[in-house]
Design a binder for this molecule. Structure first.
Ligand code: IMP
Ligand code: MG
Length: 182
């Protein structure tokens, strides 16, 4: 009766297997890039959406690293995210003079990462790079460059593999497109 799953259709776009394969590729590319940096890299996951992605990706990484998380909220509660962000949980690590890799679930308008980058830059890290699982380039409102992108998707609403709709569907092992049942 109250089951939210009855209200939506979810079409699988990237299977569990496809995601695992892509994460192995991303891991190899990230390892190659940071291999010569010869310092401890700080991986920063943006909660909650990146929790499964960072868990899988970090196990492909073979250089010295520390893992930290930031939790933010956006003012308001709708899908459009052209909003100011508020930090609910800040970093535990000091990132001054450190290489930082931000791990994000989706880049949509780019507003969230744009603001997070500005906040992190105040701490003067040595570098900031971005790895996002999903990218929706058609939706971009501000310029954001992600060095690593899992999959590029059009303007559709995605769920699963950590990504939610109204806090639900994060546990789905695949990535799917969600639509309302009529
Ligand atoms: P941006 O600030 O517009 O780039 O928004 C990025 C954030 O909006 C992501 O980290 C997600 O939390 C959320 N978001 C954007 N698109 C989707 C989607 O298709 N499904 C679920 N969340 C999304
Ligand atoms: Mg997010």
């Amino acid at each position: 009766m109250n089951n939210i799953k009855n209200q939506h259709n979810i079409k699988i776009l990237f299977s569990k297997k496809k995601i695992a394969h892509r994460i192995t590729e991303l891991g190899k590319s990230i390892n190659k890039y940071y291999y010569k940096k010869n310092s401890t890299i700080i991986l920063i996951g943006l909660l909650k959406g990146s929790f499964i992605f960072i868990a899988d990706l970090c196990r492909k990484i073979n250089f010295s690293n520390k893992i930290d998380f930031i939790t933010i909220s956006r003012y308001g509660n709708n899908i459009k995210s052209n909003k100011k962000i508020k930090i609910l949980k800040n970093l535990d690590e000091n990132i001054h003079s450190k290489h930082v890799l931000i791990i994000e679930d989706i880049i949509d308008s780019g507003n969230t990462l744009n603001q997070i980058q500005k906040i992190l830059l105040l701490q003067q890290p040595k570098s900031i790079s971005i790895c996002t699982l999903l990218d929706k380039p058609n939706r971009r409102e501000v310029d954001i460059y992600a060095k690593w992108i899992g999959f590029t998707v059009p303007d559709i609403f995605m769920v699963g593999y950590g990504i939610d709709y109204a806090q639900q569907y994060r546990n789905l092992p695949y990535l799917g497109k969600i639509t309302k049942k009529i």
